[in-house]
Design a protein around this ligand. Structure first.
Ligand code: PLP
Length: 503
């Protein structure tokens, strides 16, 4: 007897779950502990996909539906992500790098007033050490990146260099990342942007779920009076997720990030809805039309426009107002992302907990390592019976606070240590412990920028000393905090580091 398609689909999905539960145990959340692990034999990744049969079922179900291009799952994901963050819109793209390119490109549109539009030769302030595609789009749109230094302790911008980087009439935007899940000094950056009427683009690719708190008065002066959805009020601060303070922000959903859909990314349109139309146009071939995939006449006047020098009534679906790209992901990716979003709160907490475990367990090695601090923290005290707080940070006098859902646990090998960060990285690697340097280190030292300095010396500017970025490049590595780590894995990581430092 032949089965109905629906019955067949249910059976396929039932079997899919069964298969995934058997096949993908290594990818389950670390909390479950039941993951297979043999110290020294099983790799402890620095990050990776964490999923259960929910994601695999969603991918298969969406593939069976075979819509393929961005469709119902994509639309739902965009709404759900925007709701989680409390932003006006989220727009899915196929990577975090694409998100940065689309976000910045959208600010080049002729639809903006001339003083706000980023034109070739205009300047965008950014940070020297980090991931290359936070910076590459600045050059790709014909603008000039102006580099400021990193604070090696936080990994974030040294905001005291912002003023020196600013050129009236030329500087149009600030674009920088919240490094490794550590929010940058949002208060100082926003006040700088407000004073000079600049755009702020937050590269939030490594920081989904991190929060930044500004004292009420400073927040109100910047126009912020509400917390992000679900974040409790404390009566003294406005607390919002990173990625919700600037004009635009970006996410990556590549596997090491806070949630994954394989490849993928998003542009968040924080306050100003028209930016969505511009971003969407750059994502979708540069078109003027904003119909979703598979729809034909959303504006109700598909044959009623007269734009450019085209004849009146030319099909709006094929009218182009920008030199665009096609940077859309597939619908099955969004289906995976929707399942991941449900797990996001647990993922965020797991990253915090894993960082805390590593910090406590490595506390005896302060003579060898400088450990990262959250922005605005001035120190970290080892918790004791007298001081059992989970995170015993002391804070600077600004009143601002950060709560990091760490992308990784960064440490710097102190000067005079008997080994270098490369020696440590090599040792961890030999013991199958995943580790990374802070992405490209001081990007200005990368072959691409060395070559650019020769080919087109005016294509970028350096605003001050880059000692911090160099220090990060020369001394820092990070190890994993991702939610797939079990306490057994973390204990192995800690023991291996202790043994290396004090054999
Ligand atoms: C800060 C930052 N921005 C952008 C990206 C690019 O994201 P994707 O790999 O999805 O292109 C990354 C990648 O890890 C990143 O760390």
């Amino acid at each position: 007897m032949s089965q109905s398609p629906q019955a067949l689909k249910s059976e396929i999905l039932r079997l899919t779950r069964e298969y995934s539960a058997l096949m993908h145990t290594a990818n389950r959340p670390g909390l479950e502990e039941a993951k297979p692990f043999t110290p020294g034999e099983t790799t402890v990744p620095y990050a990776g996909r964490v999923f259960t049969e929910d994601e695999v079922e969603a991918a298969v179900a969406s593939t069976l539906d075979f819509w393929l291009t961005l469709g119902p799952e994509g639309e739902a994901f965009e709404k759900e992500l925007a709701q989680f963050l409390g932003v006006k819109h989220s727009l899915l793209v196929n990577s975090g790098s694409s998100a940065n390119l689309v976000a910045l490109s959208s600010l080049t549109t002729h639809k903006l007033p001339p003083q706000k539009r980023i034109q070739p030769g205009d300047e965008v302030i950014t940070v020297a050490a980090g991931f290359p595609t936070t910076v590459a789009p600045i050059l790709q749109i014909g603008a000039v990146p102006v580099f400021i230094d990193n604070d090696p302790t936080t990994g974030n911008a040294r905001v005291e260099q912002l003023a020196a980087a600013y050129v009236p009439g030329k500087t149009k935007a600030v674009m920088m990342a919240h490094t490794l899940g550590n929010p940058f000094d949002v208060g100082a950056v926003l006040e700088f942007c407000k004073a000079h009427d600049l755009w702020l683009i937050e590269d939030n690719c490594d920081a989904l779920g991190c929060t930044y708190s500004l004292p009420l008065e400073r927040a109100a002066a910047l126009g912020f009076t509400e917390n992000s959805p679900g974040l409790p009020a404390d009566g003294t601060h406005i607390t919002r997720y990173t990625g919700t303070w600037g004009d635009l922000s970006t996410q990556s959903f590549y596997p090491p990030h806070h949630l994954t859909m394989g490849e993928g990314g998003a542009v968040n349109i924080v306050h100003r809805p028209p930016l969505k139309t511009y971003a969407e146009s750059f994502r979708d071939w540069g078109r003027d039309c904003w119909c979703a995939s598979g729809k034909d006449n959303t504006c109700g006047k598909r044959f009623g426009w007269k734009l450019g020098e085209l004849p009146a009534g030319y099909d709006h679906k094929y009218i182009y107002s920008h030199l665009g790209y096609n940077l859309k992901p597939l619908d099955p990716q969004a289906a995976i992302g929707r399942q991941q979003l449900k797990k996001l709160p647990a993922f965020i907490e797991a990253r915090k907990k894993n960082w805390e475990t590593l910090r406590r367990s490595l506390a005896g090695l302060e003579d060898i390592f400088d450990f990262s601090l959250p922005t605005h923290a001035t120190g970290w005290t080892t918790p004791s019976t007298l001081n059992p707080q989970p995170s015993a940070f002391s804070w600077d006098s600004t009143g601002c606070r950060t709560d990091c859902s760490w992308f990784g646990f960064m440490l710097r090998v102190r000067p005079g240590s008997p080994f270098s960060h490369t020696d440590l990285a090599r040792h961890l690697d030999e013991h199958k412990i995943g580790n990374r340097m802070l992405f490209g280190g001081n990007l200005l030292r990368q072959p691409v920028f060395v070559q650019l300095a020769k080919d087109r010396p005016d294509s970028f500017r350096v605003a001050g000393s880059m000692h911090g970025a160099d220090e990060i490049m020369n001394t820092a590595i990070f190890i994993g905090t991702y939610p797939g780590l079990t306490s057994t894995m973390l204990a192995y990581v800690v023991e291996t580091i202790h043994r290396f430092v004090r054999p």
